[in-house]
Design a protein around this ligand. Sequence first.
Ligand code: 3HC
Ligand code: NAI
Length: 693
Amino acid sequence: MAQQGPVTIKVDGGVAIILIASPPVNALGAAVRAGIKGCAEAAAADPAVRAIVLAAEGRTFIAGADITEFGKPPVPPSLPEVIAVLERLSKPVVAAIHGAALGGGLEVALGCHARVAAPSAKLGLPEVKLGILPGAGGTQRLPRLIGAAPAARIACDGTPISAKEAQSLGLVDELAEEVLPAAKALALRLADGALPVPARDRTNLGPREAFEEAASALLRKHAGNPSVEAIIDAVRTAFEKSFEEGLAVERAHFHRLRDDPRSKALRHVFFAERAAARIPGLPKGTQPRPVSRAAVIGAGTMGGGIAMSFANAGIPVTLIETSEENLRRGLERVAGNYATSVKRGSLTEEARNQRLGLIEGKVGLEAAAGADVVVEAVFEEMGLKKEIFGKLEAIAKPGAVLATNTSYLDVDEIAASTSRPGDVLGMHFFSPANVMKLLEVVRGAKTAPDALATAMELGRRLAKVPVVSGVCYGFIGNRMLSRRTAQAERLLLEGAQPKEVDQALTDFGFRMGPFAMADLAGLDIGWRIRKATGKTAPVADALCEAGRLGQKTGRGYYDYSGDARTGAADPEVAALIERVSADQGITRRAIPQAEILERLLYPMINEGARILEEGIAARAGDIDIVWLNGYGWPAWTGGPMFHADSIGLQTIAARLRDFAEQSGDTTLAPSPILQRLAEQEQTFASLDQKAAA
Ligand code: 3HC
Ligand code: NAI
């Protein structure tokens, strides 16, 4: 056995096994690339070797290029070079794929003469999700092997396919539970015959029309996505030019996209999402508690969706209400949601029945007795929540995690209503709870480490992106949102119209602006909260008083009498806003879009800085993940804190000082931490790096 860094080679019965061992995911960093190349050359030179198997150790085959190397000076050999070495060998090379073969990992496998995969393996080109395109021949070899149309679909969608589908497409030659012996046997069989034609020389592009049709559909589906445009362009060259020329086109796109700020932002998102899973300050060896059964209290808007999330993850759940009537209504809503998915074709009848079978409705809190986790989702009233947690103390089994879905209330006060505050935390889902990815896991002062770990792990099982937040009003997301909401209202008073404000955000990349969103959610929710807390928002209040509660009344900030979904600007609203401005003694002025955007985003970033300073969020990246997954912040700008770093904190601090001065609102002045970072010409990311070190 010989070793080349993390790659070893062992010759056994005429077959050289090249084994990559680079945990955690065998990414193709410089040492792995050099190792593969060195071992392949050694195998080529060894007369005892008739055939070669390329395999990897650990939980997966190869997860792709090492993303941490992007943006650093390249270290040879390059990945295309390594693949070219494999492909030019005069002995057959078979890839043995278990786990995932993604991005550069699949490209390496495409450079082999054949591929054996475990039935559970996943194969894909997810580069599009990082704002790039496959850069080591994927756009040239895959089309020539399986057809240009399916290859373009795989690369543009970025979602991995199953080994079975890969086999039916001709990407995988054989399926086997034990990939290594199967790959060895295949390699030896291939050594007995003529060397198989490598993917680069295959001619299976398929009809040009089929590709063009797929390309148009993909460009429509991913409109404006520069990676998708590049992939289509690169795949198209396969019809028009030689393999080598195709590689050059691909490479040029790859370098251009990799250096684009959008790709940098998406790479930040990739790592921030994984960092958010790490809980700071958790004692070593903390294990999550087992969860095999859940209960959800309250079958309203949120409770129903949360119960669906459990059922969708295969966890049996009891949905609890106060009366048969409320329960029936809640269960009907759940069944209705599933029926819509079946009608749309996104869920089979069988899966629907199975999921519905996991949801059991019950009246009375006693039904929570068998659950390992209880999620409370009743009305947002402290008294009611305390009463429920007080009762749960006697009902819930020892060690059950007791979670509240409260949006704003003090989780520590709720925890204090039980004698087991260590079991209590917040699990703040977002609406619709069965769809939205974000889960804020709220860590109370007394939350036990293993209860916290349980909620985080459960979040992942529910296919959510869990982020830890400390206790404060509105937690990470809603606390920042309230800053934007306040500015949006101010902008109306000072001279803007709802459409201008919304458009500033949709042009930036949000799907919806604050006013379209308010109309969708209903203006009465905020009105009720303002009345209860003695706050006012003159424009929003006036609209509510005029009966304009949003889409549900056909009128809100917009008029929905024409198009019931998008709504149109309404002169009556314009007049109402002008009247309210005049009442407030404000002289209206035209506000440029750039200023609108700054006014909406910078105070939120400032609040994010305070959240960091108070330790409510552990990392700036956590705040980004909250906004990306819960509020539709456009991923290619990386989230609010990453975006702030890209603009420069000096610029943001200076603008905030202007806003504070102009408005007299001192809360708009840069927070101490923002001020300090700006003065030191530092970034929020520098805080995360310090925390990680
Ligand atoms: N480069 C560097 N680090 C990587 C990595 C990669 N390609 N893929 C995963 N990692 C790291 C993660 O950051 C994480 O690190 P941490 O433990 O310090 O947080 C660790 O590996 C484990 O990753 P996950 O938590 O994601 O592990 P899972 O088991 O949940 O998932 C996976 C495994 C499905 C392979 C998943 O990690 C994944 O999707 N990886 C990225 C795949 C990808 O995007 N590949 C394309 C890369 S670009 C490319 O190949 C360009 C080429 O065309 C030239
Ligand atoms: P909702 O009003 O739709 O549902 C509440 C349900 O709780 C009702 O069906 C009610 O009958 C039931 N209920 C009341 N007392 C009960 C009791 N003692 N036992 C069992 N059931 C009881 O309210 P919604 O919107 O689902 O909100 C629930 C919680 O989730 C609130 O704390 C809210 O702040 C929070 N939340 C709401 C979001 C939203 O967008 N609606 C988003 C995130 C959190």
